[in-house]
Design a binder for this molecule. Sequence first.
Ligand code: DQA
Length: 147
Amino acid sequence: MKIAVIQGPNLNMLGIREQHIYGSMGLEQIHDQLKTAAGQNGVEVEFFQSNLEGEIIDRIQECLGTVDGIMINPAAYSHTSIAIKDALSAVAMPVVEVHISNIYKREEFRQKSITAGASTGVISGFGPFGYHMGLIALMQIISEIKA
Ligand code: DQA
């Protein structure tokens, strides 16, 4: 089983940006821990981060026929990008959207996720642990499909 982890804009700044909201863990550390957890479950993970909408769309399109599911934190593009939502719909595979913060208790403009409309489910507000929750969710959904 193979999963693509796609991280949107400014997530390369985790550990530096607004630590009171996103915590002190850097993206590399989050990915290292996720890779370990995935490995223990026999899951292969491919990591990608970009600050550019088009690059994120290209990466999603590449997922077609190469991975079994996508875990994505579209970051600010969640609230603006119909194009990313369409790319997720186009590849038609299990998608878990993760937000480190609880977007529903933040500014009003964050409370709507456009991309979530193309996701199987959304995890929001559990900090970096949300990526582990997302991994477990994807493993369950993908193994049900493969069964
Ligand atoms: C975020 C929430 C978004 O509103 C914000 O733009 C981010 C990170 C989160 O993980 O909590 O960059 O997706």
